[in-house]
Design a protein around this ligand. Structure first.
Ligand SMILES: C[S@@+](CC[C@H](N)C(=O)[O-])C[C@H]1O[C@@H](n2cnc3c(N)ncnc32)[C@H](O)[C@@H]1O
Ligand code: SF4
Length: 406
């Protein structure tokens, strides 16, 4: 009988690096600044998020041939297998070795899903430590091109420590950072529910991505390389955390940076975004300017419009002045406030939104107004908070003033 072929070994230094990366997937991620909460219970290591070379190395380490790693890669990212027990074309001994070494695929069960009248679907996933996170699938039919897009709005943390005054996630407190596979699996869960490939990813769900930048970058890599979502189809949104925009710029990603600005001056910004106290507006704008210079990607400034707080014409003019200090690489995206429980803020009337747009356009600022999606399922921007009951504010205000221009 012919001897069993010996596994092909990777070069020692590469093998060491890959092994270290694979081992690191088992470690809890460091906590984001400013928040409490325990670390992820990382009792099992997740295969999801690993690259093909890493999976090949893992196969070698478990006494298999390298091509078995390629099979794992196909099972994870092509067949989208949910658990190791379903890896039907790898040998039973390999499946048992993986399970014995503490590996799992890294998928969480869907705890609940709710679909809004516009098709936007919010999915709650129950993580290994029983915490819930929310992820939102937003379908868009592009009739002119005959194609359809599916955007995944993914969470990066369980809750958020930054407590912006108008955001349900901020009001709900902070538990922990998500591990890379917990971000990746959100896209797979959306694809499963919609039976459609995700075409775009926005890191705009629960949490502040810049407080969990390593996991966000790993998930971004996986979306791009393994799930084949173009870098230009992804957006990372931040309210601003000192030094992190510079760090992100150094990776020279071809993705959009969205900066949640919400005010044209430091004083007002501190009132509605408490974390702004540690990041002066001039420094934030400087970092945005450098991001554009380093990556060539224009920055999208997000501005949540709150009636009577930051929606006046004079404030639009002040915003235009501020943006002119930032060079040419930017765009403004206005988000009329989405109501959340326990908040006094109101959404501005449509004509106020239009006056704000006109004031910016008159000063040569390119501006769009975000179409509200998923409002009746509490799945719109800022409404994500581990819950799925109806929002009483929506029920009690049928004559909600402005509905958003599309
Ligand atoms: C939930 S945050 C997550 C990403 C990141 N933490 C940030 O602030 O950019 C995504 C976007 O939702 C916006 N947002 C939060 N609460 C909102 C609300 N009640 N209505 C409208 N937009 C809101 C934020 O300002 C931000 O631009
Ligand atoms: S808007 Fe963003 S940074 Fe602010 S509390 Fe919500 S998730 Fe956190």
């Amino acid at each position: 009988m012919a001897a069993a072929p010996q596994p092909v070994r990777a070069a020692p230094t590469l093998a060491r690096a890959l092994r270290a990366r694979v081992a690191a997937t088992a470690k809890p991620q460091p906590q984001g600044g400013g928040g409490g909460g325990g670390g992820a219970s990382a009792s099992r290591r997740a295969l999801l998020g690993l690259s093909e070379p890493e999976l090949r190395q893992l196969a070698l380490d478990l006494g298999q041939q390298s091509y078995r790693g390629k099979q794992l890669h196909d099972l994870l990212y092509k067949s989208r297998a949910n658990q190791i027990q379903d890896f039907n074309y790898v040998p039973k001994a390999f499946r048992e070795a993986l399970l014995g070494a503490g590996w799992s695929v890294g998928r969480s069960p869907v705890h609940h899903a709710v679909t809004a009248s516009d098709g936007t679907t919010k999915i709650l996933l129950k993580l290994e430590d029983k915490r819930l996170i929310e992820t939102v699938g937003i379908p868009v039919d592009d009739d002119n091109k005959g194609s359809s897009r599916l955007t995944a709005c993914v969470s990066s943390q369980v809750g958020c420590p930054l407590r912006c005054s108008f955001c349900a996630t901020g009001k709900g407190g902070f538990a922990r950072n998500l591990r890379p596979h917990e971000i990746v699996e959100q896209v797979l869960a959306i694809e499963e529910v919609f039976k459609h490939r995700v075409t775009n990813v926005v890191f705009m769900g629960m949490g502040e991505p810049m407080l969990n930048l390593n996991s966000v970058l790993e998930a971004h890599r996986c979306f791009n390389k393994e799930l084949k979502i173009g870098q230009r189809m992804m957006t990372i949104s931040t309210v601003g955390v000192p030094n992190t925009i510079k760090m992100l710029a150094s990776h020279k990603l071809q993705s959009t940076l969205a900066v949640s600005l919400h005010a044209p001056n430091q004083k007002l910004r501190e009132m509605i975004v408490p974390s702004a106290k540690s990041y002066p507006l001039w420094a934030l704008m400087d970092d945005c300017k450098n991001y554009f210079l380093e990556t060539g990607r224009r920055v999208s400034f997000e501005y949540t419009l709150l009636a009577g707080i930051n929606d006046e014409k004079e404030q639009a003019e002040e915003l235009a002045q501020l943006l002119h200090t930032c060079g040419g690489g930017y765009h403004v995206n206005l988000i009329p406030y989405n109501p959340i429980e326990g908040s006094e803020y109101k959404r501005p009337y449509r004509k106020v939104v239009q006056a704000f747009v006109d004031a910016l356009e008159a000063r040569k600022i390119t501006v769009s107004v975000r179409q509200t999606r998923g409002l009746d399922a509490n799945a719109a921007c800022g409404q994500l908070r581990n819950e799925f009951q109806k929002n009483p504010l929506l029920e009690s205000s049928p004559s909600e003033p402005s509905l958003v221009p599309t």
